[in-house]
Structures are given as C-alpha cells and as structure tokens.
Ligand binder design. Structure first.
Ligand code: MG
Length: 160
C-alpha cells in the first residue's frame, strides 16, 4: 500500500551561522539558526517521511532540549528516520521538496543536495527532487529574515 506524507519547516537567519541546506554548506553571509545545523530542507523531508508512516515528527524523535542533537548534521537525523521507516517495513518511493528563500541562489548546489539526501535515505538520487523558489520579496522570507521548506514523500509497504 502506498502512503503519502507532508512536511513543512521554517528557520530564522542569523549572523555567524553556516548555511547548510540538503547537507551542503553554501557560502552565505548568514546561516539558519537552530539546535541542529538548522537544515530546513532536510527537516521538511524528515517530517514528510515520518508523516507518511504516521510516526510523529522530528520534534518528537529529536527534541531540541536534547544535548545529543546540538549542532548535529540533519543528515544523521534523516538517516535515523530512514531506519525507523525500514523498521516498519516501508520503502521510500520518492520525495519532492521545495525550498523557499530569497538568497543565495541554490541551483548550483541542487545536485549535491539530492546526492546527500539520497545517500542518507539509501535510495537513488532519481527518487529525490529538490526545487527552489523565492517569495517575491514578500513577508519574512522576502525580507531575508528566514527560510522555509515544503516536502512531500511517498512510501510503500514492502511485500510480506
Ligand atoms: Mg527545523
């Protein structure tokens, strides 16, 4: 049986932080603020996968009060999510994600992001789609205060 899940995340930009998206450190004067590396794209994808399996959300599995997750690469969390799904006998069919931010341009980094995400999930890069758009200068994203990411994921029950 196929199941679908949705994920959404927002992080605030801050000075003196690395900008990590899809596990790629992108040159930028500001990075995203968070307990982990604040990889908003990977967080949305993790939540989409957990949602598809009705396994809660990343805040439940990786609470930001837990010192073990401070500064951790979100790809490590994503790989853990893949393990949770495998434990429930789900296979990942595909993931489609959209980053919403004004700058910097991420197009040059998309291939590397897809590769990182696919490796963490033990799937092919062809199963992972990463897209990007701006917010046309509107709202907190348009002003450069933050970035958001949306993701959907399809998983399938492995044949018994
Ligand atoms: Mg997050």
């Amino acid at each position: 049986m196929d199941r679908i899940g949705q994920g959404f995340d927002v992080h605030r930009f801050a000075a003196d932080r690395a900008l990590v998206l899809g596990g790629v450190t992108i040159p930028s004067e500001k990075g995203l603020l968070g307990h982990s590396d604040a990889d908003v794209l990977v967080h949305a994808i993790a939540d989409a996968l957990l949602g598809a399996a009705a396994l809660g959300d990343i805040g439940h599995h990786f609470p930001d009060t837990d010192i073990r997750f401070k500064g951790i690469s979100s790809l490590v969390l994503l790989e853990h999510v893949a393990g949770l799904l495998a434990g429930e006998h789900y296979a990942i069919v595909n993931v489609d994600a959209t980053l919403v931010m004004e700058r910097p341009k991420i197009a040059p980094h998309v291939a590397a992001m897809r590769g990182n995400i696919a490796r963490a999930l033990h799937v092919d890069a062809g199963q992972i789609s990463v897209k990007a758009t701006t917010n046309e200068g509107l709202g907190f994203i348009g002003s450069g205060e933050g970035a958001a990411a949306h993701a959907i994921a399809m998983i399938s029950t492995l044949a018994p």
